[in-house]
Design a protein around this ligand. Structure first.
Ligand code: ADP
Length: 473
C-alpha cells in the first residue's frame, strides 16, 4: 500500500511580522523595491513576501556595520556589558519561543516538537555560553629575549559577514552571531533564501535586548546576488559561511580576490556511522548483523509517520523546497545497482514529502554513497573487520562528523582517533554541545563554530613590544 500523509494538513500559519531588510536598527524595503516569495513546504503555497536585498543593500548594511564598529560603543563597551545584553537576548528568545519555533517549522518544514524542544532552547543556550566569554578574552604576557617584553592584545576583527543555510534557521543565526557580538564585532547576516523569517524576528529581539543600531544587520535575498556581495565586499573583514562545499569554494574565491578577508567554512558532510543506529547517511554494518540490521531498520521506518510538522504524531516533515525535493528524488532515481529496501517515492499531491528511503548493498563508488543528498536517504554497507570499516568510512572527501556504536572501549578509542572528521560520536549521534568545537576536516571546511575556538575566529592578535630597561637606541 502506498504511504499517505498523516491526517489533513491543518495549515496553521503563525503571524509573520517581519519581512523587510534589517539595516541600522530599522526594517527597510530593498533599494530596488524587489521582493521574493517564501513558501510553506507542506503545501508549496506562499506564506510571506520578503524584501530581496542585493549589492546596494549589502553596501548599506556594511556601511552601518562599519560605522558602528569604527565609532560606535559596541566594541568599546566592556565585555561584561556585551555579555549582559546577549543574556537579555537569550531571555527574549525564550519568551518568544513559540513564535520562533513556528516560524522555523513553517519555513523549513521542521517538526514543531523538535524546534520547540531542541532548536529554540539550543539557541538561547548558545547565546548564554558565548555571552559568558565576552569578559574573559585576554591576551598573554610574553617573556621575550631579555631586552624586551611583549604582550598580546586580542582585538575584534571588525565587520563580519555571515552567510547561512536553511537547515537550522534560528540556531544557526544565533550560534553564528553570538561569538561575533560577544567579542565586539559588528555583523551583516545573509540568511538562506528558503528561511528568512526567524532571522528577521531575532534581529528585532536583539534591538530590544540593547544591541545598538548598526551592530547587527540582516539582508535577506539570494546567494549569487546578496550572498556574493557579502563575500566580495571590500569592507567586510571576515566571512563565516555554512552551506554546500560547492558554494564554499565560491565564497573563498570571492574573499581572496576582493580584500583577502578571513574565511571560515562549515561545509557538506557524508558522515559515516558504524554498526548500528538509524541516523547518519552512510551506515557501515558488521557482516554478522547485516541482515538483521536491514530487517529491523525497515520495520522501524514502516511505522514512521509523514505529515504536517505541526502535528505531534508526525516523525518526518517535508523537504525544505521544490529544488531540494527534486534533487533528492533525482539521487533516489539513480539507484546504480543498490537494493532499495524501503521508500523511494514522493508522497502526497501537494508539498515536498519523500518516503524514508533505504538502500542496501551500497558500494563506495555510487553517488548515493559519495554525495551529500540532504534528504531522508540512508545507505547501508557491509564490513568484516574494523580496519576495513575505518578505511571505508574515511573514503570520502568530507570529514564533518562520524559515529561509532560499540560496547568495546578499545574499538571506540581506535575509531575516534582514526577517522578524519571534526566530531566523533561514540554510542550517540547528532549530540552537539556549546563548548565542543564543531566544524569539519577535509572538504567539510575549516574553522569551528562552537567552543572557545569560535570566539578566536573573530579576534585578531596584536603583539605590543616594549624595551624592558629603557630604549636600547
Ligand atoms: P544549500 O545547498 O544547503 O542550499 P548553499 O551552499 O547553496 O546550500 O547555500 C547556503 C547559503 O549560501 C545560502 O544563504 C545561499 O543563499 C548562499 N549562497 C548561495 N550561492 C552563493 C554565492 N555565490 N555567494 C555567496 N553566498 C551564496
Amino acid at each position: 500500500m502506498d504511504r499517505e500523509i498523516n491526517g489533513n494538513i491543518q495549515l496553521k500559519v503563525p503571524e509573520i511580522k517581519y519581512t523587510k531588510l534589517f539595516i541600522n536598527g530599522r526594517f527597510l524595503d530593498s533599494v530596488s523595491g524587489k521582493t521574493f516569495e517564501t513558501s510553506d513546504p507542506r503545501t508549496g503555497d506562499v506564506v510571506a513576501v520578503v524584501a530581496e536585498g542585493d549589492k546596494e543593500d549589502v553596501d548599506n548594511a556594511v556601511k552601518a556595520a562599519r560605522e558602528a564598529f569604527d565609532h560606535g560603543k559596541w566594541p568599546r563597551t566592556s565585555g561584561h556589558e556585551r555579555g549582559r545584553i546577549l543574556m537579555k537576548l537569550a531571555d527574549l528568545i525564550e519568551q518568544h519561543a513559540e513564535e520562533l519555533s513556528m516560524l522555523d517549522a513553517i519555513n523549513a518544514g521542521k517538526l514543531l516538537r523538535m524546534t520547540q524542544a531542541f532548536d529554540i532552547p539550543k539557541a538561547a543556550f548558545m547565546l548564554r555560553y558565548f555571552a559568558g566569554w565576552a569578559d574573559k578574552v585576554h591576551g598573554q604576557t610574553l617573556k621575550c629575549s631579555g631586552e624586551f617584553q611583549a604582550y598580546t592584545l586580542l582585538e575584534p576583527v571588525g565587520v563580519v559577514g555571515l552567510i547561512i543555510p536553511w537547515n537550522f534557521p534560528t540556531v544557526m543565526f544565533v550560534a553564528k552571531i553570538a561569538p561575533v557580538l560577544a567579542v565586539g564585532c559588528s555583523v551583516v547576516v545573509k540568511p538562506a533564501e528558503q528561511t528568512p523569517l526567524s532571522a528577521l524576528y531575532c534581529a528585532q529581539l536583539a534591538k530590544q535586548a540593547g544591541v545598538p543600531d548598526g551592530v547587527l544587520n540582516v539582508v535577506t535575498g539570494f546567494g549569487p546576488t546578496a550572498g556574493a556581495a557579502v563575500a566580495s565586499h571590500m569592507d567586510v573583514d571576515a566571512v563565516s559561511f555554512t552551506g554546500s562545499t560547492e558554494i564554499g569554494k565560491v565564497v573563498m574565491a570571492a574573499a581572496a580576490s576582493s580584500n583577502l578577508k578571513q574565511v571560515s567554512l562549515e561545509l557538506g558532510g557524508k558522515s559515516p556511522l558504524g554498526e548500528i543506529c538509524l541516523a547518519g547517511s552512510r551506515v557501515y554494518v558488521q557482516e554478522e548483523i547485516y541482515e538483521e540490521f536491514k530487517k529491523k531498520t525497515v520495520e522501524m521506518v514502516k511505522n514512521w509517520v509523514l505529515g504536517d510538522p505541526f502535528d505531534p504524531q508526525v516523525h518526518q516533515g517535508p523537504q525544505v523546497d521544490k529544488r531540494q525535493f527534486e534533487k533528492v528524488l533525482r539521487y533516489i532515481g539513480k539507484r546504480e545497482g543498490a537494493t532499495l529496501i524501503n521508500g523511494g517515492k514522493a508522497v502526497g499531491e501537494k508539498g515536498y514529502f519523500i518516503e524514508p528511503t533505504i538502500f542496501a548493498d551500497v558500494k563506495e563508488d555510487m553517488l548515493i554513497a559519495k554525495d551529500e543528498i540532504f534528504g531522508p536517504v540512508m545507505s547501508i554497507m557491509k564490513f568484516k573487520t574494523i580496519e576495513e570499516a575505518i578505511e571505508k568510512a574515511n573514503n570520502t572527501r568530507y570529514g564533518l562528523a562520524a559515529g561509532i556504536v560499540t560496547k568495546d572501549l578499545n574499538i571506540a578509542n581506535m575509531v575516534s582517533r582514526s577517522i578524519r572528521a571534526g566530531t566523533i560520536w561514540i554510542n550517540c549521534y547528532m549530540a552537539t554541545e556549546c563548548d565542543a568545537p564543531f566544524g569539519g576536516y577535509k572538504m567539510s571546511g575549516f574553522g569551528k563554530n562552537s567552543g572557545l575556538q569560535a570566539i578566536h575566529k573573530y579576534l585578531n592578535v596584536k603583539s605590543v613590544i616594549t624595551p624592558l630597561y629603557g630604549s636600547p637606541w
